[in-house]
Write a protein of this length. Structure first.
Ligand SMILES: [Zn+2]
Length: 291
């Protein structure tokens, strides 16, 4: 049995995927599709302060989180979690929060907003949720956005796989899960070799496509977020600890899944050697984020 690399209680892990435990995300940006998701996760949509969030993370052994913005306004009609909001929280909790912005690729000013988010607000990367935002990354109309982010020199996180947003409602609230297919990201990775891309979540039901892309594209990575390890496909878990052990990162999808709950499940359902645990829980994230 390998040991637990967080057993001494020192916060070291880096969570690559957290949302706001706040009305701005859970109610305003999330709307009805988020309430559907909460039902699916069995999670209570409880708000917390950022002090409370940090305490919960430190107690679980996590030192930093990537907090992501959200702008799916064109497709959903819901207001965004703005880049200014994310930058404001980051400023207040700079030792704990790494801010990733969001731009809505369907808005005319998305390229300018991406530049402003990095150059003026100092955000560290971008997060896209193609299903909520209703776009395909491989659509040529988005090329200027990928060119711009590649030039800005910051990484991007794309959603991977199905989504629980809208789950169970008639028509799934009109969301199209095809946009979560990682093969649409492969096109972006191929034409933007200097763009560092993280495919968030085990990309159910396209895990094998995701594994293939992460193996073949030096600039594409993956994370565990959104899934407790006990529900993740064995093949995916095997690759994460072997062929892709330098390219896989810890993530929760907080507040849907909290850090303690995820890490306890990781301890119970995986048995990666300690050197691999260190890579998965923080070393790979440090390299990806250039910390
Ligand atoms: Zn998420």
């Amino acid at each position: 049995m390998p040991g637990d690399v967080l057993a001494d209680g020192e916060p070291r892990a880096i969570d690559m995927h957290a949302h706001q435990p706040a009305k701005e995300f859970l109610e305003d940006a999330g709307g009805e599709m988020m309430r559907d998701a909460a039902k699916k996760f069995g999670a209570e949509m409880e708000f917390d302060t950022y002090e409370g969030m940090r305490e919960e993370y430190y107690a679980a052994g996590v030192k930093k989180v990537v907090l992501v913005g959200w702008d799916a306004e064109t497709n959903t009609g819901n207001p965004p979690v703005t880049n200014d909001y994310v930058a404001g929280v980051r400023d207040e909790f700079a030792d704990f929060i790494i801010g990733f912005g969001s731009v809505d690729p369907l808005k005319d000013d998305c390229v300018e907003e991406a530049e402003r988010a990095v150059n003026d607000l100092g955000l560290s990367g971008f997060k896209f949720q193609q299903i909520a935002q209703g776009f395909s990354p491989s659509d040529p109309e988005h090329e200027p956005l990928w060119d711009t982010i590649e030039d800005l020199g910051v990484p991007v996180i794309f959603h991977g796989g199905n989504s629980t947003l809208g789950a169970g409602s008639p028509g799934g609230r009109g969301l199209r899960i095809k946009y979560g297919n990682p093969m649409l990201i492969d096109d972006v990775a191929a034409t933007h070799p200097d763009l560092q891309i993280l495919i968030a979540h085990p990309a159910f039901p396209w895990e094998r496509e995701q594994l293939a892309i992460c193996q073949q594209k030096g600039n594409v990575y993956m994370d565990f977020s959104g899934w407790l390890p006990k529900y993740i496909d064995d093949e995916w878990l095997h690759y994460a600890g072997t062929l892709l052990k330098d390219k896989t990162m810890f993530g929760t999808d907080y507040p849907m899944i909290g850090p303690k709950k995820w890490l306890d499940n990781f301890r119970e359902y995986t048995d990666y050697p300690e050197d691999v645990q260190r890579k998965l829980l923080w070393e790979n994230a440090e390299a990806f984020l250039d910390l």
